[in-house]
Design a protein around this ligand. Sequence first.
Ligand SMILES: [Zn+2]
Length: 163
Amino acid sequence: MVQRLSSAVMALLEYLVLKMLTGNVKVIEALRQYIVDGLSPSSVADNLGLSKHQVRGYAQRVIEKVGDSRRASMVISKVYDMLIRIEPVIKNYGGRKICVLCGEELRGSGEDHIRKRHYDIVRRYVKLIASVLRMRLREISTHKLTLGTKVTQLSKSLRLYTR
Ligand SMILES: [Zn+2]
């Protein structure tokens, strides 16, 4: 049973949340298409208007965080629907990047700014997504149980047993 997520997985979640908060949804889409769906780097690049080099770079960074692409794929596939609901806090106004939380104009990606000034928001998102991920991973563990245990669990879920 998965009780706690490794610090590597937590680091990956934080990385993904920061991409969304800074309005970099393309990174999340690229990771899904390349690592989860298994599209070629050139297809992903074409789909999203990125270079193949960028696509490979995003994937490499994420895979390095958790150790291998299977684990990265599992995490991303299970948190994707939650990630894409995160509302960016860095908005583009005619080429100017503004943090809607404090009104500051930013240079670069804005990730450093969010990490330094609004880390509580990152932490809240990561915590929420991690708690749902834990539940979803637990379902996988259930499928791996022996058939007998599965039957018992199914019976329980059908309320054939009374306590
Ligand atoms: Zn700010």
